[in-house]
Design a protein around this ligand. Structure first.
Ligand code: TMP
Length: 213
């Protein structure tokens, strides 16, 4: 069985995390082994980097370098081995988040991000070179004003969650640009709908790709 890599994206407050477990259960019901993981994070080293990125003040380049360092470790230690074993990897955020948050939100150079993406996710088997990307990215698209309302009633905000709504408008726009550039990999989920409707949309998007019956 070949491995399957699915990422979940969206601005803070879009509600993606609650649907990851539901999708994991759907795959387990098919007899698949599922790895649930997240970025930044997923390995002991990457979790240490996550704590720094989410809590310490730093410039956009430092942030980008740290999330890509975390990603490198995560890919090497966890994601690639799981895919090689034929498992389903469900990852709460991946590189699109860097293009959205550091690129869109912080205004960091997208060309530099593309170079880092090539370095960190490059697969070179001699005959061909490619970039490791998710097979499918579920983008939970929500109006930033609505997301801010949801966040206001939730936990104590971290460094990103306490950003103003304009920051999230730029992040959301950058997600849209990523989807426009790589339409085959993305499925846009209307995240303003009820939890049940969003859950159904997630399953449908995965079925549409032929990954679930
Ligand atoms: P989470 O709260 O969904 O776990 O995500 C952690 C935060 O880190 C979220 O606000 C988005 C941010 N982030 C980046 O800024 N760049 C990245 O590359 C990733 C993966 C997350």
């Amino acid at each position: 069985m070949t491995g399957l890599f699915i990422s979940f994206e969206g601005i803070d407050g879009a509600g993606k995390s609650t649907h990851i477990e539901t999708l994991a259960q759907a795959f387990r019901a098919q007899g698949r082994t599922v790895l649930l993981t997240r970025e930044p994070g997923g390995t002991p080293l990457a979790e240490v980097l996550r704590t720094l990125v989410l809590n310490e003040a730093m410039d956009a380049m430092t942030e980008a370098l740290l999330v890509f360092a975390a990603r490198r470790d995560h890919l090497q230690q966890k994601i690639q081995p799981a895919l090689a074993r034929g498992e389903v990897v469900l990852c709460d955020r991946f590189t699109d988040a860097t293009f959205a948050y550091q690129g869109g939100g912080r205004g960091f150079d997208l060309k530099v991000l593309s170079t880092l993406e090539q370095w960190v996710q490059g697969i070179d088997d001699g005959a061909k070179s490619a970039i490791r990307q998710p097979d499918l990215t579920l983008w939970f698209d929500l109006d930033p004003a609505l997301a801010a309302e949801r966040l206001a009633s939730a936990r104590v905000p971290d460094k990103f969650e306490s950003q103003p709504v304009e920051f999230f408008s730029r992040v959301a726009k950058a997600y849209g640009q990523r989807m426009a550039e790589q339409p085959g990999r993305f499925a846009r989920i209307e995240a303003a709908n009820s939890r049940e409707a969003v859950g159904q949309a997630v399953i449908l998007a995965v079925q549409h790709k032929g990954y679930l019956p």
